[in-house]
Design a binder for this molecule. Structure first.
Ligand SMILES: Cc1cc2nc3c(=O)[nH]c(=O)nc-3n(C[C@H](O)[C@H](O)[C@H](O)COP(=O)(O)OP(=O)(O)OC[C@H]3O[C@@H](n4cnc5c(N)ncnc54)[C@H](O)[C@@H]3O)c2cc1C
Length: 338
């Protein structure tokens, strides 16, 4: 705590013009609309000041938590009082490189990136136009939909690596992308700054039509009128999470203000006043019931930041389970993991 307070004072002194939101409700910074106050959210205006913040935090033996659009996170009702959060909302550079590839900074929304590609007659990002995240959050998760994934279109990623306090450019292969996973998720310490996307030439109107079609499918199938964090669980191998949940009769299951969406069983929605405890307890009930009935273990896709989180080796937030899981991997989950 003392380290954090000292770091905040030093950052204010070194970067006087920078926006610093203090005791800011996290519910205003995530798509679930859940979460108590954050001690601080810094909003650097460029990658240089972001890197400077990281250096100062390192001197105080702290690591930041990077926040994109908060569309994949469950924040705790208790808030996050001993964490330094950095928002990428001002990292908005987006342009075409001379060789036709697209350069985008971490805070650019995937919708804006996909729209930019369409305007330049570049195909390959249509799948991303309805994903409500940013380039940074999307890369960490290898966001994907309708058969496309960022891994198909990323050429390289520039990252500030906290342990070395150095910038690295990683090739697509070095990002170690996999289904809803990447090197940036497996190993902590990567602050993603920007990426280059390599697309194919296409017909502007055909690209726009594809985007409209996919977004219509989304509107038809997903509960976009209610706050959520997208799919609650990753797709278990050989199955679809939503189908398993539906077949177990869990559509509409409610805990407090959290509900398994009656429209799409893969979504947990905030029907009004949901707490993080409601969402967490509902997710664990769903996971345990599906396992008991089908023996298929499901892994949360949402990043659950429990109140007793901790930082390990400059790594990401490590959630700890409050309810025990009765399937395989249960012992492993007793201890925090990244
Ligand atoms: C209605 C709805 C529909 C969705 N549909 C899809 C879908 O079709 N496909 C899909 O894949 N996802 C989907 N999602 C989930 C979510 O939008 C994606 O996972 C998205 O990529 C998250 O991006 P974000 O900017 O919101 O990340 P955040 O939620 O802000 O952060 C997610 C993680 O990334 C980390 N992070 C963010 N920025 C950086 C950075 N610059 N450097 C390092 N780490 C960073 C955070 O620390 C956190 O660990 C959906 C969500 C909603 C609410």
């Amino acid at each position: 705590m003392e380290n954090l307070e000292n770091a905040i004072q030093e950052i204010k002194k070194e970067l006087p013009g920078m926006k610093m939101l203090e005791n800011e409700p996290l519910s205003a910074h995530c798509s679930f609309k859940i979460g108590g106050p954050a001690r601080v959210i810094a909003v650097p205006s460029d990658v240089t000041s972001l890197s400077k913040i990281c250096c100062i935090l390192k001197e105080h033996e702290l690591a930041p938590f990077l926040l994109g659009n908060g569309s994949n996170i469950l924040f705790p009702d208790e808030g996050l009082s001993d964490l330094f959060i950095i928002s990428t909302e001002k990292l908005q550079k987006l342009f075409l490189l001379p060789d036709g590839a697209i350069y985008a900074e971490a805070g650019v929304s995937l919708a804006k990136l996909a729209g930019f590609a369409q305007q330049h007659g570049l195909t390959g990002l249509e799948f991303a136009s309805g994903i409500p995240g940013t380039v940074g959050g999307g890369l960490r998760m290898n966001a994907g939909a309708y058969g496309g994934e960022l891994k198909d279109v990323v050429e390289s990623v520039v990252t500030y690596y906290l342990p070395d306090q150095a910038l690295y450019e990683l090739t697509n292969e070095q990002c170690d992308f996999a289904y809803r996973n990447s090197r940036f998720q497996k190993v902590g310490g990567f602050v993603l700054l920007s990426a280059v996307f390599r697309l194919q030439e296409g017909e502007k109107e055909a690209i726009a039509a594809k985007m409209r079609e996919l977004n219509e499918r989304r509107r038809d199938k997903q509960p976009l009128d209610l706050p959520s964090a997208g799919s609650a669980f990753k797709r278990p191998e050989g199955h679809y999470a939503a189908q398993l949940i539906d077949e177990c009769g869990l559509k509409g299951l409610t805990v407090g203000g959290a509900q398994v969406s009656p429209k799409h069983a893969g979504f947990v929605v905030n029907v009004g006043g949901a707490t993080s405890h409601d969402v967490y307890d509902l997710m664990m009930q769903v996971r345990n019931t599906v396992y008991e009935k089908t023996h298929v273990p499901m892994e949360p896709e949402i990043i659950i930041m429990a109140p007793d989180y901790k930082l390990e080796d400059h790594g990401p937030i490590v959630p700890r389970n409050r309810v025990s899981f009765t399937g395989p991997g249960a012992e492993a989950e007793e201890t925090p993991k990244s």
